[in-house]
Design a protein around this ligand. Structure first.
Ligand code: AMP
Ligand code: GLY
Length: 420
């Protein structure tokens, strides 16, 4: 079969690598892809938001299955466009992708269906938000309702910061329309865990857990980024946590969406915080995490095509999801200066040393081919994933492997998975 993957990051490279393992697949296309994806797929120069071009391409090439990796096209309704054209596609429709596309929607959903989450209020008027903040307990969290590249969340220690935050989001419109409505949420503390799942509208199957390191610098210092590294499984995701989430969060979320007339098919990514009062949902995403996919998918034993097809056909109950009994760590190699400003265009050396190296993966994010050479082309450049019997071993393997790759301005955190 022929598969089209939409996206261009490390996550899409990890999806492509899993798809490539399926004996059912003869040909993979990726739009727009990157230099690493180009080694296992044919990259096509169509942007993820160019829905009509994507649909036309899928028709012309007789694509059997399209997999959408990114949030923007999902929230924008790309799945509906494919379905209208009679094409098979994996991902939630627009009316379900709102689970990620509107934080106000997801908070109201959780409240209505008693799914554990932080207390909150939604505001579409800055005056009312500020009035509420005059007496609210600090610290407090402000969130832009819409998509903001993971940067629309402000943790405010003082009332002054919170007032300033309302101004930034709602009046200065730092994240554009995404800040027309904001969620003002109770501040929680605890360990964070990412849990990805496959969903077919009614059945949900949970993948192995993972944890992201979002801050740019060691010791969780510096600015928030798209993610500087991940490990899987999370030792904090205990059997008790799993049992609680299965009882109160996972199926409840899927049932809530169905009850609202918005059946969800695709990936639900639960961002959880393990608080003293039990696990609570920080956020939902409607796609694989990046770089969570880079540690979760290499550990999955199933043929990913079978799982995608079962989700589309409403037969996920027939799938037994299985993961290897080991661990994986992904260290992101970034361009120094990310996430603010950084140079691009430097040659990346050493990639060939990973050819045929079992248990190791180099997932490309910001790379491109330039005159036959692979060069840096973004803030997050590569994700180096290694497996091990234990997290400690996987971590040692991943850091050893980062030494094989070299490029000017190479930067990484040195403490991914260190607390374990
Ligand atoms: P989100 O995009 O909603 O996951 O938020 C981004 C990050 O902000 C999360 O990963 C948390 O580290 C932090 N965060 C979000 N909501 C809260 C909250 N209510 N309390 C404490 N930290 C939060
Ligand atoms: N790593 C967090 C995300 O993909 O949203």
């Amino acid at each position: 079969m022929k598969v089209l993957i939409v996206g261009s990051g490390g996550r899409e490279h990890a999806i492509a690598a899993s798809v490539a393992k399926s004996p059912k697949v003869d040909k993979i296309y990726c739009a727009p892809g990157n230099a690493g994806i180009g080694q296992i797929a044919e990259c096509v120069d169509i942007g993820a938001m160019e829905f009509d071009k994507l649909v036309d391409f899928a028709k012309e090439k007789e694509i059997d299955l399209t997999v959408i990796g990114m949030d923007d096209p999902l929230v924008g309704g790309v799945v509906d466009k494919f379905e209208e054209a009679g094409l098979r596609v994996f991902g939630p429709r627009k009316n379900a992708a709102i689970l990620e596309g509107s934080k106000a929607f997801s908070k109201d959903l959780m409240k209505k269906y008693n799914i554990p989450t932080a207390g909150y209020e939604n505001f579409d008027s800055p005056e009312e938000a500020m009035k509420y903040l005059e007496t609210a307990k600090m610290p407090i969290v402000l969130k832009a309702d819409g998509l903001a590249l993971g940067k629309g969340v402000l943790i405010c220690q003082t009332r002054e910061e919170a007032m300033e935050g309302v101004k930034t989001l709602m009046l200065d419109k730092k994240f554009g329309e995404a800040g027309n409505t904001i969620v003002v949420e109770e501040f929680m503390t605890g360990k964070e865990v990412s849990v990805l799942s496959f969903v077919d509208g009614k059945t949900i199957k949970i993948m192995t857990s993972a944890q992201d390191h979002k801050r740019a610098k060691d010791g969780d210092q510096g600015l928030n980024t798209g993610g500087m590294g991940t490990f899987s499984p999370s030792p904090f995701y205990t059997d008790d946590v799993d049992k609680f989430c299965k009882e109160y969060i996972y199926q409840a979320s899927v049932d809530a969406m169905a009850a609202e007339g918005r059946p969800f098919t695709g990936i639900i990514f639960f961002g959880l915080m393990l608080t003293e009062d039990g696990p609570k949902v920080l956020e939902y995403n409607a796609r694989f995490g990046d770089p969570e996919a880079q540690v979760v998918l290499p550990r999955m034993k199933n043929d990913i095509i079978d799982v995608f097809e079962a989700c589309i056909d409403g037969k996920l109950d027939e799938i037994d999801l299985e993961f290897e009994d080991n661990a994986a760590v992904c260290v992101v190699l970034a361009s120094d200066g990310y996430p603010v400003s950084y140079e691009k265009g430097f040659e990346i050396r050493g990639l060939e040393q990973f050819d045929g190296k079992d248990g190791y993966y180099v997932f490309h994010a910001g790379t491109k081919l330039d005159d036959g050479k692979i060069v840096t082309n973004g803030g997050r450049v590569l994700g180096v994933t290694a497996k091990g019997d234990t997290l400690k071993e996987a971590r040692a393997n991943a850091y050893e492997a980062t030494k094989l790759i070299d490029f000017d301005n190479k930067y990484m955190r040195t403490d991914i998975g260190k607390e374990l």
